[in-house]
Ligand binder design. Structure first.
Ligand code: MEV
Length: 444
């Protein structure tokens, strides 16, 4: 039978790695031989690493590299850190490093974990008397905990476990909709597997016991479990990071006085508080720092992103995650952010670079990592907004982007050195770099 572009492939996951590569290259790329070569260039066959990577997901064909950089000089609660960041955006590590050094000279970052509560929910439908459900829940709750004991026992030994199980009536929002809203303490683990396993056990026990509960009529016995899943919205798994200094020490830019700078920073934050278009970009700058450390330490940046943005909208409209104020001549700049992170389990023992990133961070607990990550976000936002309200972002950004442009134009190492030197005192634009390179190349 002739295969067309709209025929699905069946059993793709059963093909060998080479067969998958051949299929993709031949079916979807203009130069299959080159595609195959490129994919293999990124293999790491000299060690066990490739096999580990192959087994992280299904249908692995190669590795996708991101640079891992280091932002040094982060003084956090008196302890000095060099922060590993995995990110492709040219200016992020440079900006973080610059902010770290600036605040190092002004006492560093102060941080505090405000809570570590994780959340999971069993969502179910119940068509019956809410009072019957309440009495059933009261009766079944000890059994929910007992049945989940084999799952929670190890977490309890580490000091965590199931914290609360609450019945919530959500029928005002959706007919017949109720939930078991559960909270957990997962210590140094992010805890997704632990929470989801407990929730699925709660659901099983809940349904089983409902079918035998004498007070329920036949319809009430038919509780429908819709799903059991952790929530990535963790407003009580919260960390705060702050910097402060006398206004007179805000000597960041020659173009503005320290007082003007402080006022401009506060105004910029207020704009992000009232204007969602700006708030999203403002918070994106924070996430430049946060995601880079979350990724380097093998945590789930999609979970963090989803939770953080929900938190930014918790008051009914999307706002800045950072705040700024002047108190008795002191400029204060801070961030409060929910972060569910782990330093054990997951990728932490599997991905060699994650292990290394954690070692560089002096093997932090999950709580310490929350503080480090929050600091990276605060530093990044300080760097971005301070550029925006003074020189503008492009000056620094384009300087960092210069090497990307030169690589795109296939400049030699010698050409790069000459051109980087030239642009130390000139504004970087794509056309200015092209012109300079052309001039250099046309020299006899
Ligand atoms: C770019 O990645 C991030 C910024 O846009 C953040 C901001 O505007 O605050 C510079």
């Amino acid at each position: 039978m002739k295969c067309t572009m709209i025929d699905p492939i069946l059993g793709f996951s059963k093909l060998s790695k080479q067969e998958k590569i051949d299929w993709v290259a031949e079916r979807y790329t203009h130069d299959p031989a080159q595609t195959k070569k490129l994919l293999k260039q990124y293999w790491n066959t000299a060690s066990k690493v490739q096999k580990l990577h192959d087994e992280f997901i299904e249908n692995t064909i190669t590795n996708y590299y991101l640079p891992l950089g280091i932002a040094p000089n982060f003084l956090i609660n008196g302890k000095l850190y060099a922060i590993p960041m995995a990110i492709e955006e040219s200016s992020v590590v440079a900006a973080a490093s610059k902010a770290a050094k600036f605040w190092f000279d002004r006492g560093g970052f102060k941080t505090e974990v405000l809570g570590t509560e994780k959340i999971g929910q069993v969502h179910f439908m119940y068509d019956g008397d809410p009072e019957h459900l309440k009495t059933f829940f009261k009766a079944v709750k000890p059994m929910l905990i007992k049945d989940a004991k084999p799952l929670s026992i190890n977490m309890e030994k580490r000091g965590g476990g199931i914290v609360t199980i609450e019945l919530r009536n959500k029928t005002a929002q959706l007919k017949d909709y109720y939930q078991l809203h559960c909270t957990f303490e997962t210590m140094d683990a992010m805890g997704a597997n632990f929470i989801n396993s407990c929730l699925e056990q709660f659901a099983e026990t809940f349904k089983r016991e409902a079918q035998q509960y004498a007070v329920f009529n036949e319809k009430e016995k038919q509780i429908e479990i819709v799903m059991s899943i952790l929530s990535n919205y963790v407003p009580n798994c919260l960390v705060r990071a702050e910097v402060s200094c006398p206004i007179s020490e805000l000597t960041l830019s020659e173009s503005v006085t320290p007082e003007e700078f402080a006022d401009k920073m506060i105004r910029a934050v207020h704009i992000a508080d009232v204007e969602p278009h700006r708030a999203v970009t403002h918070n994106k700058g924070i996430m430049n720092g946060i995601d880079a450390v979350v990724l380097a330490t093998g945590n789930d940046f999609r979970a963090v992103e989803a939770g953080v943005h929900a938190y930014a909208a918790k008051e009914g409209h999307y706002k800045s995650l950072t705040h700024a104020r002047i108190e008795h001549g002191v400029f204060k700049f801070w961030l409060e952010i929910p972060l569910a992170l782990g330093t054990v389990g997951g990728l932490t023992t599997l991905h060699p670079l994650v292990g290394l990133a954690l070692e560089i961070l002096q093997n932090p607990t999950a709580k310490e990592l929350m503080q480090i990550v929050a600091v990276a976000g605060l530093a990044q936002n300080f760097a971005a907004v301070s550029s925006l309200v003074t020189t503008g972002i492009q000056e620094g950004h384009m300087k960092m982007h210069l090497l990307n442009i030169l690589n795109q134009l296939e400049a030699t190492e010698q050409e790069k050195t000459t051109i980087v030197d030239h642009f130390k005192n000139h504004t970087v634009t794509y056309s200015a770099v092209v012109a300079k390179l052309d001039k250099l190349r046309s020299r006899p």
